[in-house]
Ligand binder design. Structure first.
Ligand code: IVH
Length: 709
């Protein structure tokens, strides 16, 4: 029976490949479905023989309760954006300058131009030819594991027969919803009286978050792959990798082109500006990549994006409509956002009723007057923006919009700090939307992850006076919650709904509150809602200061010196800890048992300075993972290099090190050592064990108890 299952799996996968990649039907739909059904029933009877690349996974059937967070092996960076030809010419100049600085001589730099597909980026990991993991971009460092959903995308291969790509490799691409599928779904929704989806990109993104993979399968997502990563890349340039991916069966868009110079790049952009409308997928620009890998390596990365690639964005579609009024929203941090209330208009697939005006400067810049007709544009974001005033339709007696002076919610006089664009309501502790915003932020999935408290419950608890500050969450009891209820009306649909605290709900909330006491410090810090401290900022601060006492004591200068923490964030942190009420809040939260020091799973403590001042680069394969070796460099006070350059002290050569690295190492006269040499340098095989150098969280929080709180 095992043989039969294997045979069916292979055949069906072959038919799939021919159909989706080569657009050839080898068998009829009827035959295909019959074979698939046969396989499905055999797999139910003999689950032990189900193949890991079984095509039955394409139809889904699994339910993911939640998507585990997975750290990316190679960080998923984004790209710098440009909107003009001049910017691209500057980019080309920067590339060339960088290459000269890295001692490359070249006639011209070859680029690869690809379309920028507007979907959700995905990282796919293959091991021994099998698709083992699909992970969303997340914050670039870690994302959600959505493998079961990825497997429902028929063009993504579950098995690849390509030894050349290596036993372990990663490809990246974009998952998208074809325009046609999007239109069909929306038509169906309209017919059954449901609100239409905004655009294909958001729908694709929402689909990938669905817990039932069979639902995902129904949405007919597709993907284009545009990147290949491995520890040892068997190619000299990006175009070779992409060609190879295409040849072995990955879905690669055939729209990419090698361009010999920037003029050819500009021609590519011009050609696709119109032509892209005929593509089955939405595109919002062109990605330009330096083709040669050695050039890419020499150019390296900034903290956010590669220096060897850039995205050119096409201008968004725009339309004009009349301004009815300006309303003002108060955010969690007290920031006021003016919003244009518009005569509804259809734009790029959706009806637009409101558009962001950002701030008072923007209103001034636009010279916005009452009853003006304005141009509305939908960029990458969901909320459209007002980009200009249609002066041809302005009335004779147009009067400018007066910006408000008082908070629309609590009537406090607004302030505007120097150098900041937004007005603020300073009444952070008394202004209802600010309080509610802070409470909602605290329970957010990325903070304390207590969604059992969402959906209007916070509003109700706020109204009942049970919640005023985030530490109040921990005073909630069965008695105080049970039986509370309220009817709310959904603004959009007009439907009313009952929010209630029944027995089960209350139990869930109390359990979530208890569980939140184990949430790591970085998330707690993010949850505190300190202005400008985002998810990444919180992580960086925690990595650097380790516990709340150190953070609270940090000076403006110390804070500004933390990588990726700007002056503005630093000032905001200082201000936060200057406020006695905040100090009391933290003290209370600490007493309730929340985490205020780092959990040190991956933290490397410098235990020795044997390698101080020395920079190392690892290339090739080693007996232990490269990450472990790199951690050892850091542990012994050394630094890690990213490319072979003059600044490198040692190149640790593993098996199959690329020839270009070797060539460069010789050119720069860099000392090359083996893995064994390196381990000897640090006295490995005696007592080193990273885990023994990890300070346990419990010890650390105890040792910091004598601090400020
Ligand atoms: S390359 C390090 N190529 O655009 C460079 N990205 O702003 C990684 N995208 O997150 C990206 N089409 O989601 C690349 N042909 C393409 C792309 C593409 C769409 C998206 C991708 C990425 C974002 C970069």
């Amino acid at each position: 029976m095992e043989q039969k299952i294997k045979e069916l799996t292979e055949k069906l996968n072959y038919y799939n490949l021919m159909y989706y990649q080569k657009h050839t039907s080898v068998v009829s739909d009827f035959e295909f479905d019959k074979m698939l059904e046969e396989l499905q029933s055999l797999e139910i009877k003999y689950p032990q023989f189900k193949q890991p690349d079984s095509p039955t996974q394409r139809v889904g059937g699994t339910i993911s309760k939640d998507f585990p967070t997975v750290k990316h092996k190679y960080q998923m960076l984004s790209l710098g954006n440009t909107y003009s030809e001049e910017d691209l010419i500057d980019f080309d100049k920067r590339v060339k300058k960088g290459l000269i600085e890295a001692d490359f001589s070249f006639a011209d730099v070859e680029y690869v131009c690809e379309l920028k597909f507007d979907g959700v980026s995905i990282s796919l990991i293959y091991e021994n030819g099998l698709l083992v993991r699909g992970v969303t971009r997340g914050d670039g460092v870690q994302g959600d594991e959505v493998t079961n959903n990825v497997k429902t995308i028929k063009t993504i291969p579950m098995r690849i027969d390509a030894t050349r790509l290596g036993t372990e490799f990663e490809v990246r691409g974009e998952i998208f919803m074809p325009k046609k599928v999007f239109e069909e779904i929306n038509q169906e929704r309209e017919e059954i009286g449901l609100e239409k989806y905004a655009n294909p990109r958001n729908t694709a993104s929402g689909t990938m978050k669905l817990q039932e993979s069979s639902e995902v399968a129904k949405r007919k997502l597709d993907a284009f792959i545009y990147f290949y990563y491995a520890d040892n890349i068997p190619f000299k340039m990006h175009s070779e990798a992409v060609e190879s991916l295409e040849n072995v069966g990955f879905p690669v868009s055939n729209t990419y082109k090698k361009c010999k110079n920037v003029e050819e790049v500009l021609a590519f952009i011009k050609y696709w500006d119109k032509e892209r409308e005929n593509l089955p997928v939405e595109t919002d620009g062109v990605v330009i990549k330096v083709n040669r890998y050695d050039y890419q390596n020499a150019l390296g990365f900034t903290s956010k994006s590669p220096r060897w690639a850039i995205a050119y964005k096409y201008k968004a579609e725009s339309i004009s409509t009349q301004l009815k009024s300006v309303s003002y929203q108060v955010g969690r941090t007290g920031a006021i956002t003016p919003v244009a209330e518009l005569t509804p208009i259809f734009l790029a697939g959706t009806t637009v009723k409101r558009a962001s005006l950002h701030n008072a400067n923007e209103i001034e810049r636009l010279g916005l007057c009452k009853d003006d007709y304005v141009f509305v544009e939908k960029g990458g974001e969901i909320i459209p923006k007002v980009t200009g005033v249609d002066m041809t339709r302005r009335g004779l007696n147009a009067t400018p919009i007066d910006y408000i002076n008082n908070c629309p919610e609590c009537n406090t006089i607004l302030v505007r700090n120097e150098g900041e664009a937004n007005h603020f309501c300073p009444n952070s502790k008394g202004c209802p939307p600010q309080i509610k915003g802070k409470l909602e932020h605290f329970i957010h999935r990325k903070a304390m992850n207590m969604d059992s408290l969402g959906e209007g419950k916070i509003e109700l608890l706020f109204e009942k006076g049970l919640l005023r500050n985030i530490d109040d969450f921990y005073t909630l009891t069965y008695k105080s919650l049970f039986g509370l209820e309220k009817i709310i009306v959904d603004e959009q649909t007009g439907k009313s709904k009952k929010i209630g605290f029944k027995e089960k709900t209350v139990e869930n909330i109390l359990a979530a509150l208890e569980k939140s006491k184990e949430i790591p410090f970085e998330k707690v810090l993010f949850g505190l809602g300190i202005r400008f401290v985002g998810e990444t900022g919180a992580r960086k601060l925690v990595e650097h200061f380790e516990n709340i006492d150190n953070l609270a004591k940090a000076t403006l200068e110390e804070l500004s010196n933390v990588r990726d923490v700007g002056e503005r964030t630093a000032q905001s942190v200082v201000d936060f800890f200057k406020d006695d009420e905040n100090l009391q809040l933290i003290k209370n939260l600490k007493n309730y048992g929340l985490q205020f020091s780092q959990t040190n799973e991956n933290k490397i403590i410098v235990s020795d300075d044997k390698l101080a001042g020395k920079t190392f680069l690892f290339s090739g394969t080693f007996s232990q993972s490269r990450e472990d070796l790199q951690n050892k460099v850091l542990q012994f006070g050394g630094k890690l290099g990213t490319t072979v350059s003059k600044n490198l002290d040692f190149l640790v050569a593993g098996e199959n090190m690329g020839p270009s690295k070797l060539e460069k190492a010789e050119k720069f006269k860099i000392t090359m050592i083996t893995e064994k040499d390196f381990l000897e340098m640090i006295g490995e095989n005696t007592t080193i064990n990273i885990n023994t150098n990890v300070i346990s969280d419990k010890n650390k929080s105890n040792s910091s108890q004598k601090g400020l709180f």
